[in-house]
Design a protein around this ligand. Structure first.
Ligand SMILES: [Zn+2]
Length: 132
């Protein structure tokens, strides 16, 4: 039997390369690619897919935090309110704590502010300006 010269591995299994689709003989049952090249190419392709996915998520997050979206939301987070008023989150907390901005607490760490309340904030200020 000259066929099995390599005695270091006695497993030979026919597998299909997950990158090029070619059948190949593997020495382990978990080998996924026919060659080092396919392995490398598949790795790069996966990396690229991941990058695209991340980019899409980034775009989605950017869209969600854009002013237009905030303007169309009935309830805002502290961060969104700060973004809308172009001030710091601390400023929003100060407004909430001083009672000038009404808010609801969904949980200890989760505050929601009604979009209308922010508009009211401006109405009150305008009225005050007129009075003075
Ligand atoms: Zn291959």
């Amino acid at each position: 039997m000259l066929k099995n010269i390599d005695m270091s591995s006695n497993i030979e299994t026919i597998r299909i390369c997950q990158y090029c689709g070619k059948e190949f003989i593997a020495k382990t049952t978990v080998t996924r690619y026919c060659s080092h090249t396919c392995n490398k190419k598949a790795y790069k392709a996966a990396l690229k897919t991941k990058k695209i996915e991340k980019s899409n998520i980034d775009t989605q997050l950017f869209k969600e935090s854009s002013i237009d979206t905030i303007n169309n939301s009935a309830f805002l987070t502290v961060k969104e309110s700060a973004c809308l008023l172009k001030c710091s989150k601390q400023m929003i907390y100060d407004l909430v704590n001083s009672g000038r901005l009404k808010s609801i607490k969904l949980s200890v760490r989760s505050t929601r502010i009604s979009r209308i309340e922010i508009d009211n904030l401006f109405k009150i200020n305008i009225r005050r300006d007129k009075e003075n």
